[in-house]
Design a protein around this ligand. Structure first.
Ligand code: SAM
Length: 226
């Protein structure tokens, strides 16, 4: 994989984090967050093969849930350590190291629409990009979704701890925080901006969830292809 400078920095940060979880010194970080997908994703009908793609799978909790529902799962992440962590609990999933900004290399767009993904999920992995790159990532996701496919994602909300005061309207990445990882914070308006013309919204809710032992403000979104 080739990375630009920003991606290389992000990769180093994520590798460090997951290395701690891999060697067991940071098990708390590895605890299962809420099974948010249960509300949105019907299990594949018996005997029907359905493919799910978990983008930015991290430690693989959503991948585990998807496997349990009977999906054939591909789990993708920038971090090799995250993939190793996910593989530990998800030996039945295919794992690929992939940059969301360069999916063509490892997860090319299927030639036939019916070979595309029934479901693409991305939990807290789509808020690391500026507007231009966010649009690229959403277009790449759209191109890999079947015509009848479902796209479910969660992103930081504008009132999350550490978000700058103008986060609801500005697309500038913020580097506030201990790890200085550039982050995007979303408002409903910003979500509409990136979905517009590409996806039709099916569900959007702002939530406060418990994560890593603290409260996190996020948007949970489900969309289908426009
Ligand atoms: C906050 S974690 C979320 C992990 C998991 N989806 C969950 O909800 O627990 C964000 C994940 O996105 C991955 N990530 C960040 N930037 C990425 C990129 N450009 N391409 C692929 N994955 C990326 C990180 O390695 C990390 O595993």
């Amino acid at each position: 994989m080739s990375h630009n400078h920003t991606t290389a920095d992000a990769l180093a940060t994520w590798e460090r984090r997951y290395a701690e979880a891999l060697d067991g010194t940071a098990e708390a970080r590895d605890k299962q967050p809420n099974p948010w997908l249960a509300r949105h994703v019907p299990a594949p009908p018996a005997g029907v093969r359905q493919r799910a793609l978990d983008l930015g799978c991290g430690a693989g909790h959503d991948t585990a849930w998807l496997l349990a529902q009977g999906f054939e799962v591909t789990a993708a992440d920038l971090s090799a350590n995250a993939l190793a962590l996910s593989l530990r609990r998800n030996s039945g999933a295919r794992h690929v190291q992939a940059d969301l900004l360069a999916l063509d290399h490892v997860l090319p767009v299927p030639a036939l629409p019916e070979d595309a993904w029934h479901l693409i999920v991305a939990s807290l992995s789509l808020h690391y990009f500026n507007l231009e790159d966010t649009r690229k990532v959403f277009a790449a996701i759209r191109a890999r979704l079947r015509p009848d496919g479902l796209f479910a994602f969660r992103v930081n909300a504008f009132d999350e701890t550490g978000a700058p005061p103008d986060a609801a309207s500005s697309w500038d990445l913020s580097t506030i925080g201990t790890d200085a990882l550039p982050r995007q914070y979303f408002s409903e308006e910003k979500i509409h901006t990136v979905l517009e013309g590409q996806f039709v919204l099916r569900f959007l809710e702002k939530q406060t969830v418990s994560r890593y032992g603290s409260q996190k403000s996020l948007y949970e979104v489900v969309a289908v292809k426009a």
